[in-house]
Each structure stands twice: as C-alpha cells, then as structure tokens.
Design a protein around this ligand. Sequence first.
Ligand SMILES: Cc1cc2nc3c(=O)[nH]c(=O)nc-3n(C[C@H](O)[C@H](O)[C@H](O)COP(=O)(O)O)c2cc1C
Length: 195
Amino acid sequence: MKAPRIVVLAGSSRRDALSRRLAAACVAPLQAAGAEVDLLELSDYPAPLYNGDLEAESGLPEAIMQLQQILYACDGLLVVNPEYNGSITPLLKNTLDWCSRPNPADRERSGGAVYAGRAAAVVGSSPGGLGGMRALFHVRDILGYLGMQVIPQQLAVGNAGSAIGDDGMLRDESQRKVLDKLATALADTARRLRC
Ligand SMILES: Cc1cc2nc3c(=O)[nH]c(=O)nc-3n(C[C@H](O)[C@H](O)[C@H](O)COP(=O)(O)O)c2cc1C
C-alpha cells in the first residue's frame, strides 16, 4: 500500500505568521504516521479576489491551475487556520474558491475533483487563548461542502506566539500528543479512502 500524500498549508501568508510556524510543526508528526507531506505556502499561489468576470475574461490564474494539480494528486489536506472575526481568512477562502472552479482544458483534474473523496483535518492557531477554535467549525463546514471527509480530531493552539520551541515543535506535551493522534487519524483516513 502506498504512503498517503498529505498537503499541509496555513491560511495566512504573513511573513511571521503563527499559523505558518504551526503548519511546519505538523510535518514531522504526519511523516511519523507514514505520510508523504507537501508543505505549501499560499504566497506561492497568488490569485486575485475571485470575480466571475475575471474568470470569464482570463480563465483561471496560472498559480491556481498549478495548485489544482497538487491538490488533485494528494490524498489528504491539513489546514492550519488563523481566526479572523471568528471565521476563515479571506486568503484561504479565496484560494479554496478559485481551486473549486473547473479548468475547461482539464476538467478531470480541476474544480470539485481536486477535493472530492479526500481526507482533511483542521488545526487552529491564535495569539488569543482559544486558539482560533471558532474558525475551525466554519472551515470544517467548507471543506465538507467541497466533498472532503473531515476527521473529528482537531487541535486549537492558543497563545501561539510562544507555543513552538526552538526545535520547531510544540512545547506542550499534551498538545503534541493531540497533534500526533490527529496526524495518525488523518494519514489512516487518507490511506483508507485513497491508497
Ligand atoms: C481581521 C482580523 C480579525 C481577527 N479576528 C480574530 C479572532 O476572531 N480571533 C482571534 O483569536 N484572533 C483574531 N485576530 C488576530 C489574529 O489571530 C492574529 O493577527 C494572528 O496572528 C493572525 O494569524 P497569523 O499569525 O497566522 O498571520 C484577527 C486579526 C485580524 C487581522
């Protein structure tokens, strides 16, 4: 059985983003669970704010077509979410929306097909105490609507500015255990669904 391929990305492209640091900390637990991991930066896939006129006139942005290929080839997705007013970041929503659009030149590997039937997990990070917990319920809904199977395990890391040590791992042992369990569940679900 082949190793499940898991894409990890953060919902922020900010230089010092807490969510990007936490996304990087998710890589080793997933690899330990037997997954092959692609850690992506959304800043590498820039796209204008979605507008149907833009799509009709110019089609999908090149970067979005590239991202669609990567998502299509993956078996699972782990998203680390900052919380904006209790919800998803506009960057993440815009990227998910663009990728949900069909590419007329490659209908099989674009649009809903890049999400359908794949496993997903949500993690939150915030400088506040709740760790972006409220956003996770919204992102769960959105990924589920896109046809992904979102696993029940989740982790919300509060006070995220000090949560990650110099070794790039979560400092708190109980959080590390939750992340390990989440990584194992995500890899197992991706394997069961797709490998
Ligand atoms: C528009 C906006 C709304 C925010 N709303 C929340 C919020 O609802 N809950 C929260 O914990 N932090 C909120 N924050 C603070 C972010 O958690 C903080 O800026 C965080 O560092 C952003 O994520 P990043 O470090 O991954 O870029 C908000 C920030 C912005 C810019």
